[in-house]
Design a protein around this ligand. Structure first.
Ligand code: MG
Length: 144
């Protein structure tokens, strides 16, 4: 799948730290054959990709549509279309399907949200393999 990650409060914290387990989960996703993209409502965040050494796993950066999400993909040149998004804003997850991630919380070291992302990706693949292509897959951090 083409998996799109939001930046602020998804991959990085309010104080610009990288969320725990990002590298390990990105490695697993790539190993499983997925393509990882980074997008943000604040534009193409190459500085974040560079600062946290995410380049080896990330195909490219895009600007994320903040409204009218599907129509704006073409306007913003977002290609390919996302199959699965990870975002702390539910509107984006509702538009494309994916995992609604909880913003990082203290104690930071106990944050396991990236592994919840990985689990949701596995469940989404199983969901689609079972033939549910037309159903939007949505997993939420507040659900088991
Ligand atoms: Mg965000």
């Amino acid at each position: 799948m083409n998996i799109y990650f939001d930046v602020d409060d998804t991959l990085v914290t309010w104080d610009h730290r990288l969320r725990p387990h990002v590298h390990a989960v990105f490695e697993r996703l790539r190993h499983d054959g997925h393509a990882i993209y980074v997008w943000s409502g604040r534009g193409k965040r190459w500085e974040v990709v560079g600062r946290h050494a995410l380049g080896p796993w990330v195909v490219t950066c895009h600007e994320k549509p903040l409204e009218d999400h599907h129509a704006q993909l073409a306007v913003l040149g977002v290609n390919p279309a996302p199959d699965f998004v990870v975002d702390d804003h539910y509107a984006v997850v509702r538009a494309f399907g994916g995992y609604w991630i909880a913003p990082p919380r203290l104690p930071f070291e106990q944050d396991q949200q990236m592994w919840r992302v990985y689990d949701a990706v596995l469940r989404c693949v199983a969901h689609r393999t079972a033939g549910h292509h037309s159903d939007l897959f949505i997993a939420r951090w507040d659900q088991p």
